[in-house]
Design a protein around this ligand. Sequence first.
Ligand code: URP
Ligand code: ZN
Ligand code: ZN
Ligand code: ZN
Length: 460
Amino acid sequence: MQLLIKNGRIITATDDYYGDIIVSAGQVTAIGRKLSVPSAKVIDAEGLLVMPGGIDPHVHLDMPFMGTFSSDTHETGTRAALHGGTTTVIDFVLQQQGHSLREALDEWNERAYGTAVGDYSFHMAVTDFNANTKAEIRTMIEQEGITSFKTFMAYKGALMIDDRQMTGLMQEVKQHGGMVTVHATNGDVIDYLVAKHLAEGKTTPLYHYLSQPEVTEAEAAARFTDLANYTGCPGYIVHLTCEGALNAVRNATRRNQKVFVETCIQYLLLDASKYDKGFESAKWVMSPPLREAKDQETLWAGINQNLVNIVATDHCPFMWQQKLMGEHDFSKIPNGHPAIENRMELLFSEGVNKNRISLNKFVEVACTNPAKIFGMFPRKGTIAIGSDADIILFDPNEKHTIAAATHHMNVDYSAYEGWEVTGKVKTVLLRGEIAIDKGECLVPRGYGQFIKRNKVNGKI
Ligand code: URP
Ligand code: ZN
Ligand code: ZN
Ligand code: ZN
């Protein structure tokens, strides 16, 4: 069936105009003024913003981590994402140390295929780089369409790789047209501080925060950036939180090096005062931890300076019962918080409405840059002829309040409970189907497609 979206204000990363959009066979086929297709279903977008579907390139669905699994499955997580205007997510496949990338991919395909409601792709997290893993990189890029390789400089003994492995991985990935992404914090220093605090009997969530000071992130960001420069490998830092780490990237621009930077909505909006709430603070135990007001300012400025390219979520929800695993030891609290459903509306409300970023910048960091940086553009991330009709209709004035009682994520609290938001996702199209309308999800479990991604070159 054809759709005709009429009278909307169409916003992309570069444009802002009133027009009509024709959608046929899942794609945008025409954009113009006063279009008419007698047989099409008409969607009236008068008074609404018409924007590309959001892309969240950092989510952890049904992920085995810290002795449990993140509580959103590919079904519940992508459905919640759709409710919040995010039509595509990139999830992380985790290689198990001592095992192959292929085994991990098979496991993740099993969980996601036929269950995801929204579109999804995978990053491959390399936790054990050796001769066997090296031989799998090219296949992942060229046959599987997995062109980004995630590394952890922390979580020692579980996910962390050392600099020897990092350098080898970067050389191999560069050779085949991929990108290395990184959780950039110094795992050794963090481990030392965690052990020290626990030995002193300091076991509350506050010490999670105090075990990951800014220097642990700034040092790792600089080291990663230097190694990416040395190997010539495209690089991307996930969930960057602080001034010191951003300065490492800023310094690299002086030698004309581009390392992409992602921050997450929580680091723009929340701060370390959340760690003053006793054990309730476990809701915000994530790595890196929330930072200071000066870091929030640096990150907003970094977006406008084109140093911070993407606002993601690092959605990694755990039920309260799971958080209680760390009631007597902060190092056992599963790290992560829920936000996949809230990212777009919060960023609009706090960013655009409060005049911190422009409307075009909003689309750029929430939709277009994720598609460009990760090899999905122009199929995803924009509204253009030939692009997938992943489109949101957004009321910039409608107010609502975030609450666990009404969200769709599979988690029994909200990290943003009571937050007043101005701006609401009204209708969501995914590949031309009406996926969300009037608060209802209209596409079934299994509607989501795996998106194979193109090679990347570290330029946008
Ligand atoms: O606390 C976090 N960030 N949990 C998810 C895993 C990761 O480090 O991204
Ligand atoms: Zn094995
Ligand atoms: Zn991380
Ligand atoms: Zn993460």
